[in-house]
Design a protein around this ligand. Sequence first.
Ligand SMILES: [Zn+2]
Length: 72
Amino acid sequence: MVERSFKILQRFGNQVPSMASCSRCHYKFLTPSKLQRDPIRAEQYLREKFGLHECKGETLGDPVGPRMIRRT
Ligand SMILES: [Zn+2]
């Protein structure tokens, strides 16, 4: 099972995170341009998006046990 973790891929000017991804499903999160000068809030924003995101792990090999799949 791949541990889900947050990874910053790119930064604006080596400081403000501009792109992050989920290590499990490789979903990418982008920092909105209004936060490009705010390293703290940019990272908070990315972490919040990561926290809310649901992995699309179906294509990454082994099943990780019973899944709760919510259908609407
Ligand atoms: Zn994910």
